[in-house]
Design a protein around this ligand. Structure first.
Ligand code: IMP
Ligand code: MG
Length: 175
């Protein structure tokens, strides 16, 4: 495993993202919705830098059983009422983009006043959808990364920096 983005670089970039979001919404009330589980660290850091009246919720997206890469089902039990509210979705990484695009489609059905998205990372050359997130922390190479919320087999979410797994790590499953 090797460090791709240091803790300090993450801190500075999350600060820059927060400034962009503050500038975009001003004092308008906002509902932030994190996509579980990868967004939790970004969510926790970001909300403490936002200055508008804020509500926070989470959703969980899961693929339907038996379908390799089909539509998702969205558990919105822990998201507040959003009809007529401005919503900002937060996710860890925009890889193919399918997860975020599908979450956006589901949330849009609930008729928010506005719907934007923010991700910490966007992988280069991987996108399979027409949309782009509105706020992006880092553009990264096409490597498998962990830390700051991102996992490999449910591990490493707690690393305070972003690390790239090396081929040997992936082969061993014991980085
Ligand atoms: P997408 O639907 O292909 O954009 O994938 C998004 C989801 O795949 C993310 O929310 C992550 O859970 C997972 N993912 C994609 N790339 C990585 C990675 O490099 N490390 C860890 N998780 C990843
Ligand atoms: Mg995820």
């Amino acid at each position: 495993m090797r460090t791709l983005i240091t803790e300090e670089e993450v801190r500075l970039t999350v600060g820059r993202m927060a400034s962009e979001i503050n500038a975009c919404y001003g004092r308008r009330p906002l509902t932030i919705v994190g996509v579980l589980t990868g967004s939790i660290v970004l969510l926790a850091d970001l909300i403490r830098l936002l200055e508008m009246p804020l509500r926070v919720g989470v959703v969980q997206a899961s693929s339907y059983q038996g379908v390799e890469r089909g539509p998702i089902s969205l558990n919105a039990e822990f998201m507040p009422e959003i009809t007529g509210h401005d919503v900002l979705l937060i996710d860890d990484i925009f890889d193919t983009g399918r997860t975020l695009a599908e979450v956006i489609a589901c949330v849009r059905e609930l008729a928010p006043a506005g719907l934007r998205s923010a991700v910490l990372l966007r992988k280069t050359g991987r996108q399979e959808v027409g949309m782009q997130p509105d706020f992006v922390g880092f553009q990264i190479p096409d490597e498998f990364v962990v830390g700051y919320g991102l996992d490999y087999h449910d591990e490493f979410r707690n690393l305070p920096y972003i690390a790239a797994l090396e081929p040997a790590d992936l082969a061993n499953q014991n980085p």
